[in-house]
Design a protein around this ligand. Sequence first.
Ligand code: SF4
Length: 394
Amino acid sequence: MNTTKNETAQRLGIYCHIPFCVKKCGYCDFSSFAGQSRSVIDDYFKALWQEIKRFGRDRFNLARSQAVLPVVDTIYFGGGTPSSVPAAYIEKTMALIYEVFSVSEAAENTIEINPGTLSPKKAAIYKAAGFNRISVGLQAWQDDLLKTLGRVHSQADFIGCMEILKAAGFDNISVDVMYGLPGQKLADLTKTLAALMAFSPTHLSCYSLILEEGTPMTKMVAAGQLELPGEALERQMHWTVDRFLKKWGYRHYEISSYCKPGYQSRHNLKYWDLSPYLGFGLGASGFWGGVRYTNGQDLKEYCQLLATGKLPGTFEPMMTKEDLMSEWMFLGLRKLDGIDDADFREKFSQSFFVIYQEAIAALVADGLLVTEGTILRLTPRGQDFGNQVFMAFV
Ligand code: SF4
């Protein structure tokens, strides 16, 4: 493997999108497809491997002329359901990333899996391929809620999945939980969290359900066939999660993320810190050299482009200093520790207290932000009105 101990080089994250699922969930608008044939999956991975190789060769040539090469210190395979495809595809993709890039020996390498799609053999292959962190999509403990969501797995599948992971030697496991679900009671959420504590996850991502336009669930809610908990109950659920997990020793470090000390998602922190990362695969996006790019969402087109020697990706214009400052503010404020003006000054040679003086004063007066020396962060009330805070810096 092409690993490096060079810890002074610029750090880089890599995201790989695997857009296949066993079945489409009722609320999902992610770039993912169910029921694809083996040949479609095969074509996709061939295209993905081309993208990784050609990006490394064509676009990284620039970086290769730099004195110090960037070091990849986080790799994240998301989807979709990466565990729904034969593990050999994942193994080969990971090996290729190590071949093309310089990867830190201490890299955090995460793969998302869904219960019901993992076998002991797959888990062993992931481990041997270099994955050291697993993100499991549970969402809810109750089978009836899983059914409402259109998930393919049951509670028993989740338990089986966790047993396979522990037996394979994975001890850094994150679990996804959703709240604000149709028919969900506060007691269901508390039961979900309590049941999870038996598995000692190092990290939990807790999301409120968002109804995306055009999904079957959105249509069912609009037709009155499903009823969402009201806003007050949804907020009560958020604060129940917060109290429960803090009591169990988890740290709330980002709006939707809790971790045991030292187990923050280093990859996700890159998004909130405005650090560089490359995205490969359908619909993936990247941020490199002050430029954002996004790959298209059309599976056929993605495969055809790469089969004909072209690279996908629409590149946005180089971000201006104002764009960078604004993104640094609203992404950074997602972190519960807040943002430090000393870091902002180091990056932009100005103070955010001067540039965003009016916005900060208004949000502090509203009780949504608080300052502590050079630190600016969300208050508990700010968590409830996060969008209002973030929009103030756009
Ligand atoms: S498993 Fe995830 S990506 Fe796949 S359909 Fe369900 S929500 Fe979407």
